[in-house]
Design a protein around this ligand. Structure first.
Ligand code: MF3
Ligand code: CO
Length: 247
């Protein structure tokens, strides 16, 4: 069963989406070479609590932080700590918070200082792939329309698609049905107005293969090449979509 949100629920998700955007704005003030990922996590935690929201990842299946910070060859679920951000890194920040019980999930990959052109293209094209996917969204569209559009764009730009992690429905739970894969699974499930979904391409410069670190969370590329991630929470409407977490 895929949840269809009521007008009240959609309003709460819009507010959660606004707070998610504001939290990114706050974090961006501090995101510079020399800051530790643990310090960024503390800034996020304090800002979320100050605004009457709740950090969704903190304590989720034992995850120990309010934000996931994944650098370079880390794909997702990097745990903030002592690691310091430096010039030449790409830093994916995946942030989920809830407002009055409704979650908003978004990820941005930031370029810190100078990176090779191919890495800049990886970051830009991961964002573009999200927009290729979201352009498919409207009542009556199929999940595979989103998946195929993202996969096609990634492959046309020489990038590979991580398959083990996927987008998802979102609402009063951080993860709801349906899955939204970034590669074609021939899922002909139809979208309906009032569904809310997180679309989140994770694209690699090298091969698609990944592994999980000894901390049981950090997902890394098998070949050590960089990976980028871009995500928004999206409301399905009669003739299109509304992005609830900005851009
Ligand atoms: N934003 C991530 C997602 O889309 C959340 C990771 S949650 C973690 O699923 F707590 F499991 F790290
Ligand atoms: Co997500």
């Amino acid at each position: 069963m895929i949840n269809i949100k009521s007008d009240r629920e959609i309003e709460l998700m819009r507010i959660a989406g606004k707070y998610n955007q504001l939290t990114f704005k706050e974090l961006e003030k501090y995101l510079k070479p020399g800051i530790s990922t643990g310090k960024l996590d503390k800034i996020v935690y304090d800002f979320i609590i100050k605004n009457g929201c709740v950090p969704s990842t903190l304590g989720y299946q034992g995850y120990p932080a309010s934000v996931c910070i994944s650098i370079n060859d880390e794909v997702v679920h990097g745990i903030p700590g002592k690691r310091v951000i430096k010039d030449g890194d790409i830093v994916s920040i995946d942030l989920v918070l809830s407002y009055k019980g409704y979650h908003a999930d978004a990820t941005r990959t930031y370029i810190i200082g100078n990176v090779p052109l191919e890495v800049k293209k990886l970051v830009d094209n991961t964002k573009n792939a999200f927009y290729e996917g979201v352009k498919q969204v409207k009542e009556g569209a199929r999940i595979c329309d989103i998946s195929r559009a993202i996969e096609k764009y990634a492959h046309e730009h020489g990038l590979s698609v991580v398959e083990e992690l996927v987008g998802h429905g979102i609402g009063s739970a951080m993860h709801e049905k349906p899955d939204i894969p970034n590669f074609n699974t021939n899922d002909y499930t139809k979208l309906k107005a009032g569904m809310t979904i997180a679309i989140e391409p994770m694209l690699n410069l090298g091969s698609k293969h990944i592994y999980v670190e000894d901390d049981d969370w950090t997902v890394k590329t098998f070949d050590g090449k960089p990976s980028a991630h871009y995500e928004n929470t999206v409301l399905v409407t009669k003739d299109g979509y509304e992005i609830l977490t900005g851009d």
